[in-house]
Structures are given as C-alpha cells and as structure tokens.
Design a protein around this ligand. Structure first.
Ligand SMILES: Cc1cc2nc3c(=O)[nH]c(=O)nc-3n(C[C@H](O)[C@H](O)[C@H](O)COP(=O)(O)O)c2cc1C
Length: 333
C-alpha cells in the first residue's frame, strides 16, 4: 500500500494526461475511479458516449480507452510511479476495461518508455492539414514499429502502390459513410458550429473543413457536406505516408492493446517532430477492413490507418475537465 506516500497531485496529473488522449469523434468515452488505499485506478467505458451506428461493436471505443490508458501509464511513470495494468480484469463487470495500480516508486525514469513521452502528451493533436513532402527516415519508421510492438501490435508501412490501394478502400468507405443517413446524423451531432464557449466534447468546426483538392487523401467529412467544394480544398502531400496498425487477434483486449499502441506510436512521432491524423473510415466497414491487412494471406487484423508527416503547428480539440471524468474521490489535499 502506498496511500500515505501518494502525493494527491499525482492522480490529478494522471487523469489530466489520460483525458488528453484521442478518441473517436472526440467522444471521450471513459471514466476513472481512484481507490486511494490501494493507489489503483479503475478505467471504465462511458458507453453512453458510444457511437451506435459508426461503432456498433465498440471497437473504436476500446481503441480510444486504450489510448487514454497509455497516457495514464506515461504520466504515472513521469511522476515516478510504476504503473501495473490489467486489461479486462473482471468478466462479470464488462464495463471495467482496465485497472492501473501505482505500484511503488520507479528507480529510473522512465521505466516503460525509452524516452519520457510525457511532454508529447500535451503537444499531440490530430493534424488534418497538408503535410510537406519530406520523407520519413527509415530509422524513425523502425522506432515507431518498436513502439507498436512494445504494446503487442504491429506497424506496417505499405509501399506506394499498397498505400494507394489503402486510400482507395478509405475513399470507398468515405463514400458509403456520406450516403448512410444514420451515420451522417450521428457524426454531425459531434461537430459544433462556432459556438462560444466551445463545448468540451466533440469537434469544433475550426479543426475540420479541409479536403484534398486532388481527392487522393480521403479525409473524413464529419459534417456530411457531401461536396468537396463546400468543404474548402487544398492540395495535400502527393506521396502520403500511411502506417497500418495491426493486431494478431481481434478481441476486446486486442482493441485495448491497439489503442495503447496507437498512442505510443503517436506520442513518439510527436516527440520526433512529426504530425499525424487518422483515417478510420475503412475500419468501419467489415468487408473493406478485411482488405487493409498485408498480402499474402491478409493475416492479422487492421485496427487503424495513421497518416504521418511533417506539418504546421496545431492544437487539440477541447476536453472535459479531468474532474468530470473522475468518478469518486481524490485523496484530499
Ligand atoms: C478510434 C479513433 C478513430 C478516429 N477516426 C478518425 C478519422 O477517421 N478521421 C479523423 O480525422 N480523426 C479521427 N480520429 C481522431 C479524433 O477525431 C481526435 O482524436 C479527437 O477529435 C480529439 O482531437 P485531437 O486528436 O486533436 O486531440 C479518431 C480517433 C480515434 C481514437
């Protein structure tokens, strides 16, 4: 037990870092409870913020919670605590997606990550702007691959021909999404107009709105405008770098691992000055998703398409205050 030595600022730091994670449509579908006695966080699914039409099985929700779990672990290690995590610890409580115990002081920081990725938590954001044509060096591709492997996933960088095929599958998914009334209605609900103050979940219009004038990169049309000319268009990079995140199996624990891998890769990329945005559309259509895995055999399960490159500075979408995501008591100050 470490309750006597757990500085009350630490749980706050951990939850603030956790809620800075990416989530589908910025739904932030998580909640936390801290047991100060055992210094253990419970991480739960906030299923009321799930996307019934876009994500009926909750795969994207699990990926989002996995990403927040990685941030929580990085923050705990940054504060000098060793995070011990268990995924899906209780079969009779399926909403409990993970527990993380702060298991004593770490001797050398950071323990879990070769680099302290904590600072990158606050700089990471989705960049839906054009990237420069600068190529991604091989050593960086290798490091990002290692980050994915450390979380039990695999990162595959398809060659230009395969990349084009992945983008065609994404474009087909995007076309289907735009004519699916249930999905467009659901997606539009999470986009707000230029309200002041901005709501603390969902997507402000300002972070969206651009499309690739060459129509090579099918960015998600969250507002279902359906027409490129209404969204504003600029030429994007002509040779996009796409990385495909793959897991061996496709169970709930694999989705949580994929989310942690996504965020580990994204934080490391951020620390190296890279920007990223996600192309998840083809993952939302099982018949298309199947073709995202590498040939031959198309083994493994694609979990995410990550677009990487060098681009302008940007900012993350607003978040709910950490205290609103914290269900239960914090240790008193
Ligand atoms: C599972 C998942 C799917 C996502 N799909 C997309 C997508 O298809 N297109 C996109 O632009 N962003 C996508 N995002 C990014 C979220 O929209 C973004 O993380 C969220 O709005 C918060 O903004 P931030 O990343 O700038 O902090 C996805 C995120 C997650 C975790």
């Amino acid at each position: 037990m470490h309750s006597t030595s757990l500085d009350p600022a630490i749980p706050e730091t951990c939850v603030s870092a956790a809620v800075a994670a990416p989530s589908i449509h910025n739904t932030q579908p998580w909640s936390f409870r801290l047991d100060p006695e055992s210094a253990t966080f419970q991480v739960r699914a906030a299923t009321e913020r799930g996307l019934r039409h876009t994500d009926p099985a909750g795969r994207a929700l699990h990926l989002s919670v996995g990403a927040c779990l990685l941030n929580l672990r990085v923050a705990a290690a940054h504060c000098g605590w060793s995070p011990v995590r268990r995924l899906l610890p209780s079969p009779e409580d399926p909403g409990l997606l993970a527990v993380v115990r702060l298991a004593g002081a770490v001797t050398r920081r950071p323990t879990e990550h070769r680099m302290d990725l904590y600072e990158a938590i606050w700089r990471r954001h989705s960049s839906r702007l054009p990237f420069s044509g600068l190529p991604l060096p091989q050593y960086l591709r290798n490091e990002l691959g290692e980050a994915a492997r450390a979380e039990g996933a695999r990162l595959w960088f398809p060659d230009p021909v395969e990349t084009e095929r992945q983008l065609r599958l994404t474009a087909e998914a995007e076309r289907r999404n735009r004519i699916d009334v249930d999905r467009t209605t659901e997606s539009s609900r999470w986009v707000h107009r230029d309200l002041q103050p901005q709501p603390d979940v969902g997507l402000p219009r300002a972070v969206l709105g651009l499309q690739d004038a060459r129509e090579q990169l099918p960015l998600r049309d969250f507002t279902a405008q359906r027409h490129t000319e209404r969204l504003g268009a600029r030429p994007f990079e002509t040779e996009p770098v796409i990385a495909v995140l793959i897991t061996e199996h496709d169970r709930r624990a694999d989705w949580l691992r994929a989310g942690q891998a996504l965020q580990h890769v994204w934080l490391l990329a951020t620390a190296h000055g890279l920007r990223a945005s996600l192309l998840h559309q083809a993952l939302e259509w099982p018949d298309l998703r199947r073709f995202l895995s590498p040939k031959p055999g198309r083994t493994g399960h694609a979990q995410m398409l990550i677009r990487l490159g060098y681009g302008p500075e940007g900012a993350a979408s607003p978040r709910r205050a950490p205290r609103l995501a914290l269900d239960g008591v914090l240790a008193p100050r």
